[in-house]
Design a protein around this ligand. Sequence first.
Ligand code: MN
Length: 232
Amino acid sequence: MTSYIFPPAPQAAVPVRGSPQQYAVSRIFCVGRNYAAHAREMGFDPDREPPFYFNKTPIDLVPSGATVPYPLGSQNYHYEMELVIALGQPAFRVAPEQAQACVWGYACGLDMTRRDLQIKSREMGRPWDFGKDFEQSAVISELVPASAIGHPTRGAIQLSVNGQLRQNADLKDLIWSVPEIVANLSHYYHLQPGDLIYTGTPEGVGAVQPGDHITGRIDGVGEIALTIGQPE
Ligand code: MN
């Protein structure tokens, strides 16, 4: 048996609705600017340029319903409501027509963002990691298997802060669809079961403060909630 210098970190995992089994996570990919109106609000012209990605670390995962402290080093902390894909089959150089069969299920996700740090690095041509890949930045609901809900291609995706609707869009407005994203990524990675993909947020992103309560929902997928606590 392998002996370690210090105990390994616990396996990152996501609960599955109606099941005692959890989904073990190995990687988290995130799509940038995948709704036209959000691309415009961030100061870009939406187009059909190939999608681009950034990553979060699995230890960033936090379950729906949690309270997270206002993050370190930021004064502009934003929510981004997103559909999350969970892979269930390896995908390597697949076509969009084959990609859907590799998807195990879906969840609601919040791509929490230190917007000030993201924009500063973007302007300096530096990586986005400080703005995107930080502790408790990947909020996720229970996963639901595609065998139960199918593969959602339309339906409302919404987010409210303290009961006030802030994001209200439709999954049909994704620039790159679920099968297209999986197919595209599969030309750059050997995608595996355990890989999550946050598919991008619609328009209406904005800042939250300590004490705020976020709720989100996606038709046919589920609901998600997060409370913002005081900074540590
Ligand atoms: Mn995002």
